[in-house]
Design a protein around this ligand. Structure first.
Ligand SMILES: Nc1ncnc2c1ncn2[C@@H]1O[C@H](COP(=O)(O)OP(=O)(O)O)[C@@H](O)[C@H]1O
Ligand SMILES: [Mg+2]
Length: 323
């Protein structure tokens, strides 16, 4: 979208799943970018397609899911056209993902130190012993107290916050160019959440990696991210650098979202909402999925593909009403 070359450029991505006689588009022409060395927040109510977007980037779409259109450009290659073998090489080395459920991302039967060490063995070709030393060092860097002892623990012996640090340690070990973190701190204590985001930010700055941070916490976005992508029901509504998005939201959905958050002083979580639009999500239907709830809906909102309007450089709004 912007002129600069992005690290990741998702373009008009549509993903469908079977439903009844037809297919629903759980992603409808999703487009956004993550630049080099940039932290981008992907926000939206639950069910808006954030996880599905990242699973598609990783090549982990569930079998019944189908890419119905679009491209995912990463370093000049379209990830959707790679073979499984080529994709395996991209995963871990170039793009890594931290999943929503933390414990399931760790192997329950393996000591955490060995798990981190394995990454060093596989990705960097270190010997077993060197890899283990490196693992303890990186666990130390993650502020894990008594890292040497904790390295010998199994995931179930550690708190969720500790497990999360182990995962961040694994990501440091991978040194991916792009890290996708899907609600990495959901369910954790607020102070621990803040520490983990601080940690991720440090790691991002130290390694020069880019980070796509999926969250429904706009406070985290404001503090951690440089740019924001707002999704609703499988469509991107608006994307902008953090400051203009908060100061001058242009999409009625973003405006609603920010208003609802500002009302309740300091509570910055996006409320859970039912975004299952039934037939409104049928693949091939045109129109804006927010039309049903939009206070300024126009007749063409139901019928025409979302336009992409440039508000100012790097600030895009996908709305018929703009301008
Ligand atoms: N395995 C699946 N098969 C079919 N539909 C799914 C599957 N997983 C999720 N969905 C649907 O895809 C949509 C997007 O879900 P998801 O990407 O998980 O949203 P988010 O991460 O924003 O909460 C939702 O409507 C959800 O019901
Ligand atoms: Mg999700």
């Amino acid at each position: 979208m912007a002129e600069r070359e992005a690290l990741l450029r998702i373009q008009d991505l549509s993903v469908t799943f079977p439903s009844g006689d037809g297919r629903v588009a759980i992603l409808d022409r999703v487009s956004f970018e993550v630049g080099e060395n940039e932290i981008v927040g992907l926000v939206g109510e639950s069910g808006s397609g954030k996880t599905m977007t990242s699973l598609t980037v990783m090549g982990f779409l569930p079998p019944s899911g189908q890419v119905a259109g679009g491209q995912i450009w990463f370093r000049g290659k379209d990830l959707l056209r790679l073979t499984e073998e080529e994709m395996r090489r991209v995963r871990g080395r170039e793009i890594a993902m931290i999943f929503q459920s933390i414990r399931s991302a760790l192997n329950p039967l393996m000591r955490v130190g060995d798990q981190v060490a394995r990454v060093y063995q596989l990705q960097r070709g270190l010997s077993r012993k060197e890899a283990y030393q490196e693992a303890v060092r990186v666990l130390n860097r993650m502020d894990i107290p008594d890292a040497e002892r904790r390295a010998r623990a199994y995931p179930h012996q550690l708190s969720r916050g500790m497990c999360q640090r182990v995962l961040v340690a694994m990501m440091v070990a991978c040194q991916p160019e792009l890290l996708i973190a899907d609600e990495p701190t959901t369910g954790l204590d607020v102070t621990i959440q803040a520490q983990i985001f601080e940690l991720m930010k440090d790691v991002q700055q130290a390694t020069g990696a880019s980070l796509l941070l999926i969250t429904h916490d706009l406070g985290v976005v404001a503090e951690t991210c440089q740019r924001v992508v707002v999704m609703y029901a499988g469509q991107v509504m608006e994307t902008a650098p953090v400051e203009p998005l908060f100061a001058q939201p242009c999409h009625p959905y973003t405006q609603n979202l920010l208003r609802s958050i500002l009302r309740v002083d300091k509570v910055v979580e996006i409320p859970e909402a039912d975004v299952s639009l039934g037939e409104g999500m049928t693949y091939g239907l045109r129109g804006c999925r927010f039309a049903l709830r939009c206070p300024v809906v126009l007749p063409r909102c139901w019928e025409e593909h979302l336009p992409r309007e440039e508000v100012e450089p790097d600030h895009w709004v996908f709305c018929h009403n703009y301008g």
